[in-house]
Design a protein around this ligand. Structure first.
Ligand SMILES: [Zn+2]
Length: 280
Protein backbone atom coordinates (compact mmCIF):
# COMPACT_ATOMS: atom_id res chain seq x y z
CA UNK A 1 0.00 0.00 0.00
CA UNK A 2 1.36 3.42 -0.91
CA UNK A 3 2.02 5.78 1.95
CA UNK A 4 0.07 8.99 2.24
CA UNK A 5 1.81 12.08 0.91
CA UNK A 6 2.24 15.09 3.22
CA UNK A 7 3.13 18.54 1.91
CA UNK A 8 4.31 21.67 3.70
CA UNK A 9 3.73 25.07 2.07
CA UNK A 10 5.66 28.05 3.43
CA UNK A 11 4.13 31.31 2.24
CA UNK A 12 5.66 34.78 1.93
CA UNK A 13 4.07 37.73 0.16
CA UNK A 14 6.87 39.66 -1.56
CA UNK A 15 7.18 37.16 -4.39
CA UNK A 16 3.54 36.71 -5.33
CA UNK A 17 2.27 38.00 -8.64
CA UNK A 18 1.41 41.69 -8.72
CA UNK A 19 3.16 42.98 -5.59
CA UNK A 20 6.01 45.38 -6.30
CA UNK A 21 6.43 47.26 -3.02
CA UNK A 22 5.82 46.91 0.71
CA UNK A 23 3.50 49.95 0.56
CA UNK A 24 0.95 47.82 -1.27
CA UNK A 25 0.79 45.21 1.49
CA UNK A 26 1.22 47.44 4.56
CA UNK A 27 -1.36 46.97 7.31
CA UNK A 28 -3.16 50.21 6.45
CA UNK A 29 -2.86 49.94 2.66
CA UNK A 30 -6.07 50.18 0.64
CA UNK A 31 -4.61 47.52 -1.67
CA UNK A 32 -3.94 45.00 1.12
CA UNK A 33 -7.16 43.02 0.72
CA UNK A 34 -6.66 42.60 -3.04
CA UNK A 35 -3.18 41.19 -2.45
CA UNK A 36 -4.38 38.92 0.33
CA UNK A 37 -6.82 37.46 -2.21
CA UNK A 38 -4.11 36.98 -4.84
CA UNK A 39 -1.84 35.42 -2.20
CA UNK A 40 -4.54 32.99 -1.12
CA UNK A 41 -5.27 32.08 -4.75
CA UNK A 42 -1.57 31.47 -5.34
CA UNK A 43 -1.38 29.09 -2.37
CA UNK A 44 -4.60 27.43 -3.56
CA UNK A 45 -3.03 26.77 -6.96
CA UNK A 46 -0.21 24.91 -5.21
CA UNK A 47 -2.71 22.93 -3.11
CA UNK A 48 -4.74 21.92 -6.18
CA UNK A 49 -1.55 20.85 -7.94
CA UNK A 50 -0.42 18.73 -4.99
CA UNK A 51 -3.81 17.02 -4.87
CA UNK A 52 -3.80 16.44 -8.64
CA UNK A 53 -0.30 14.95 -8.61
CA UNK A 54 -0.83 12.48 -5.77
CA UNK A 55 -3.72 10.07 -5.30
CA UNK A 56 -3.28 9.73 -1.54
CA UNK A 57 -2.86 12.98 0.31
CA UNK A 58 -2.37 12.83 4.07
CA UNK A 59 -1.72 16.34 5.35
CA UNK A 60 -1.18 19.67 3.62
CA UNK A 61 0.07 22.26 6.11
CA UNK A 62 0.22 25.92 5.07
CA UNK A 63 2.53 28.21 7.05
CA UNK A 64 1.56 31.89 6.69
CA UNK A 65 4.98 33.48 7.09
CA UNK A 66 4.93 37.10 6.01
CA UNK A 67 5.24 39.68 8.80
CA UNK A 68 2.92 38.63 11.66
CA UNK A 69 1.59 35.63 9.71
CA UNK A 70 -1.88 37.08 9.20
CA UNK A 71 -2.14 37.31 5.44
CA UNK A 72 -4.01 34.37 3.94
CA UNK A 73 -7.82 34.35 3.94
CA UNK A 74 -8.72 31.15 5.75
CA UNK A 75 -12.29 30.97 4.41
CA UNK A 76 -10.99 31.04 0.83
CA UNK A 77 -8.41 28.26 1.17
CA UNK A 78 -8.92 24.97 -0.65
CA UNK A 79 -10.42 22.31 1.63
CA UNK A 80 -8.33 19.67 3.35
CA UNK A 81 -5.54 21.88 4.69
CA UNK A 82 -4.59 23.35 8.03
CA UNK A 83 -2.86 26.68 8.42
CA UNK A 84 -0.28 27.94 10.90
CA UNK A 85 -0.66 31.68 11.45
CA UNK A 86 0.18 34.46 13.89
CA UNK A 87 3.30 35.21 15.92
CA UNK A 88 5.60 34.84 17.71
CA UNK A 89 6.66 31.34 16.83
CA UNK A 90 10.06 29.79 17.23
CA UNK A 91 10.47 28.42 13.72
CA UNK A 92 8.49 31.20 12.01
CA UNK A 93 8.58 30.47 8.25
CA UNK A 94 8.87 26.70 8.71
CA UNK A 95 6.98 26.29 11.97
CA UNK A 96 5.47 22.83 12.19
CA UNK A 97 7.71 21.05 9.70
CA UNK A 98 8.91 17.61 10.71
CA UNK A 99 9.79 14.17 9.37
CA UNK A 100 6.28 13.24 8.34
CA UNK A 101 6.36 15.70 5.41
CA UNK A 102 7.43 14.58 1.95
CA UNK A 103 7.96 17.94 0.28
CA UNK A 104 8.40 21.68 0.94
CA UNK A 105 6.96 24.40 -1.29
CA UNK A 106 8.04 28.05 -0.94
CA UNK A 107 5.30 30.25 -2.40
CA UNK A 108 5.73 34.01 -2.85
CA UNK A 109 9.39 34.03 -1.90
CA UNK A 110 12.00 36.71 -2.69
CA UNK A 111 15.73 36.87 -3.34
CA UNK A 112 18.32 37.22 -0.56
CA UNK A 113 19.36 40.62 0.79
CA UNK A 114 21.72 42.46 -1.54
CA UNK A 115 20.35 40.98 -4.78
CA UNK A 116 20.31 43.51 -7.58
CA UNK A 117 16.97 44.16 -9.41
CA UNK A 118 15.23 41.79 -6.98
CA UNK A 119 11.82 42.73 -5.60
CA UNK A 120 12.03 43.69 -1.92
CA UNK A 121 15.25 41.72 -1.42
CA UNK A 122 15.94 40.97 2.25
CA UNK A 123 16.80 38.08 4.54
CA UNK A 124 14.54 37.69 7.56
CA UNK A 125 14.80 41.33 8.63
CA UNK A 126 15.15 44.19 6.16
CA UNK A 127 16.03 46.54 9.03
CA UNK A 128 18.66 44.38 10.79
CA UNK A 129 20.34 41.97 8.37
CA UNK A 130 22.82 43.29 5.80
CA UNK A 131 24.18 39.84 4.90
CA UNK A 132 24.17 36.28 6.15
CA UNK A 133 26.83 33.76 5.22
CA UNK A 134 26.73 30.07 6.00
CA UNK A 135 29.98 28.18 5.52
CA UNK A 136 31.34 31.09 3.49
CA UNK A 137 28.38 31.45 1.11
CA UNK A 138 25.72 34.15 1.11
CA UNK A 139 22.29 32.71 1.82
CA UNK A 140 18.69 33.90 1.84
CA UNK A 141 15.38 32.72 3.24
CA UNK A 142 14.85 30.01 0.63
CA UNK A 143 18.16 28.30 1.44
CA UNK A 144 17.76 28.64 5.22
CA UNK A 145 14.21 27.30 5.19
CA UNK A 146 15.09 24.51 2.77
CA UNK A 147 17.89 23.52 5.14
CA UNK A 148 15.51 23.37 8.13
CA UNK A 149 13.28 21.11 6.04
CA UNK A 150 16.38 19.17 5.00
CA UNK A 151 17.24 18.60 8.65
CA UNK A 152 14.03 16.56 8.83
CA UNK A 153 14.76 14.82 5.52
CA UNK A 154 12.19 16.93 3.63
CA UNK A 155 13.25 18.12 0.14
CA UNK A 156 12.39 21.44 -1.46
CA UNK A 157 10.09 20.82 -4.42
CA UNK A 158 8.77 24.11 -5.77
CA UNK A 159 9.48 27.83 -5.41
CA UNK A 160 7.55 30.82 -6.74
CA UNK A 161 8.97 34.34 -6.92
CA UNK A 162 10.74 36.73 -9.28
CA UNK A 163 13.37 36.00 -11.91
CA UNK A 164 16.25 37.03 -9.63
CA UNK A 165 15.12 34.47 -7.08
CA UNK A 166 14.91 31.94 -9.90
CA UNK A 167 18.63 32.43 -10.58
CA UNK A 168 19.37 32.02 -6.85
CA UNK A 169 17.29 28.83 -6.68
CA UNK A 170 19.04 27.38 -9.72
CA UNK A 171 22.48 28.09 -8.24
CA UNK A 172 21.70 26.37 -4.92
CA UNK A 173 19.31 23.61 -5.92
CA UNK A 174 19.85 22.99 -9.64
CA UNK A 175 17.00 22.19 -11.99
CA UNK A 176 15.28 19.45 -10.02
CA UNK A 177 13.42 22.05 -7.95
CA UNK A 178 10.46 23.47 -9.90
CA UNK A 179 10.45 27.26 -10.25
CA UNK A 180 7.56 29.51 -11.21
CA UNK A 181 8.55 33.06 -12.14
CA UNK A 182 5.83 35.47 -11.02
CA UNK A 183 7.48 38.70 -12.24
CA UNK A 184 10.67 40.17 -13.65
CA UNK A 185 12.58 42.56 -11.42
CA UNK A 186 13.32 46.08 -12.63
CA UNK A 187 14.42 47.54 -9.31
CA UNK A 188 13.84 46.84 -5.62
CA UNK A 189 10.32 48.29 -5.85
CA UNK A 190 9.46 47.83 -9.51
CA UNK A 191 8.76 44.77 -11.62
CA UNK A 192 7.21 43.61 -14.85
CA UNK A 193 4.44 41.38 -13.50
CA UNK A 194 2.74 38.39 -15.03
CA UNK A 195 -1.01 38.15 -14.53
CA UNK A 196 -2.02 36.19 -11.43
CA UNK A 197 -4.25 33.83 -13.44
CA UNK A 198 -1.31 32.78 -15.61
CA UNK A 199 1.02 32.39 -12.65
CA UNK A 200 -1.54 30.28 -10.80
CA UNK A 201 -2.07 27.97 -13.78
CA UNK A 202 1.69 27.37 -14.00
CA UNK A 203 2.00 26.76 -10.24
CA UNK A 204 -0.82 24.19 -10.37
CA UNK A 205 0.74 22.39 -13.33
CA UNK A 206 4.30 22.35 -11.96
CA UNK A 207 3.13 21.41 -8.45
CA UNK A 208 1.37 18.34 -9.86
CA UNK A 209 4.46 17.39 -11.86
CA UNK A 210 6.93 17.79 -9.02
CA UNK A 211 4.92 15.85 -6.42
CA UNK A 212 4.35 13.00 -8.87
CA UNK A 213 8.11 12.50 -9.21
CA UNK A 214 9.23 13.71 -5.80
CA UNK A 215 11.47 10.71 -5.19
CA UNK A 216 13.99 12.42 -7.52
CA UNK A 217 14.37 15.28 -5.02
CA UNK A 218 17.05 15.33 -2.34
CA UNK A 219 16.89 17.12 1.05
CA UNK A 220 19.09 20.23 1.17
CA UNK A 221 21.62 20.45 4.00
CA UNK A 222 24.55 22.64 4.97
CA UNK A 223 27.70 20.93 6.18
CA UNK A 224 27.82 20.81 9.98
CA UNK A 225 28.91 22.40 12.20
CA UNK A 226 27.42 25.47 10.58
CA UNK A 227 29.77 28.45 10.46
CA UNK A 228 27.49 31.47 10.29
CA UNK A 229 28.45 35.07 9.83
CA UNK A 230 25.90 37.84 10.36
CA UNK A 231 26.59 41.29 8.97
CA UNK A 232 24.23 43.78 10.59
CA UNK A 233 22.99 47.18 9.47
CA UNK A 234 24.94 49.19 12.05
CA UNK A 235 27.32 48.88 14.99
CA UNK A 236 24.58 49.41 17.62
CA UNK A 237 23.12 46.11 16.49
CA UNK A 238 26.54 44.52 16.90
CA UNK A 239 26.62 45.90 20.46
CA UNK A 240 23.13 44.53 21.15
CA UNK A 241 23.74 40.98 19.96
CA UNK A 242 27.29 40.57 21.28
CA UNK A 243 26.16 39.25 24.70
CA UNK A 244 24.27 36.29 23.16
CA UNK A 245 26.13 33.19 24.41
CA UNK A 246 28.29 31.77 21.64
CA UNK A 247 28.22 34.91 19.51
CA UNK A 248 31.68 36.19 18.60
CA UNK A 249 32.04 39.84 17.64
CA UNK A 250 34.23 39.96 14.54
CA UNK A 251 33.90 43.65 13.70
CA UNK A 252 31.65 46.61 14.49
CA UNK A 253 28.77 45.27 12.42
CA UNK A 254 29.75 41.62 12.09
CA UNK A 255 29.40 38.64 14.39
CA UNK A 256 29.95 34.95 13.96
CA UNK A 257 28.31 31.88 15.44
CA UNK A 258 29.13 28.20 15.08
CA UNK A 259 25.93 26.15 15.29
CA UNK A 260 25.75 22.40 15.78
CA UNK A 261 22.83 22.25 13.36
CA UNK A 262 20.44 24.40 11.35
CA UNK A 263 17.84 24.54 14.14
CA UNK A 264 20.35 26.14 16.49
CA UNK A 265 21.34 28.55 13.71
CA UNK A 266 17.67 29.43 13.18
CA UNK A 267 17.17 30.23 16.86
CA UNK A 268 20.22 32.50 16.87
CA UNK A 269 19.10 34.20 13.67
CA UNK A 270 15.68 34.96 15.18
CA UNK A 271 17.30 36.22 18.38
CA UNK A 272 19.69 38.49 16.45
CA UNK A 273 16.81 39.95 14.43
CA UNK A 274 14.75 40.57 17.58
CA UNK A 275 17.59 42.18 19.52
CA UNK A 276 18.76 44.20 16.53
CA UNK A 277 15.29 45.71 16.10
CA UNK A 278 15.32 46.90 19.72
CA UNK A 279 18.14 49.32 18.91
CA UNK A 280 16.02 51.24 16.40
ZN1 LIG B 1 7.75 38.62 3.70
Amino acid sequence: MRRRFNAFISFDIEGISGVSSWNEVANNASTLHAYRKIATAEVNAAIRGIKAGRPKIGEILVCDSHAQGENLIITDLEPGVTIIKGSPRRYYMVEGIDRKFNILFCIGYHAMVGSQRAGMDHTYSSSVIYNIMINGRHVGETEINAAVAGYYGVPLGLVSGDDVLATEVRSFFGRTVAMVITKYGISRFSARCRLPSEVHAEIEKKAAQVVSKSTALRPFRFKIPIRAEFELMNSAMGDAVEPIPGVKRMAARTCAYNAKNILEFYNILRLICALGRLTQ
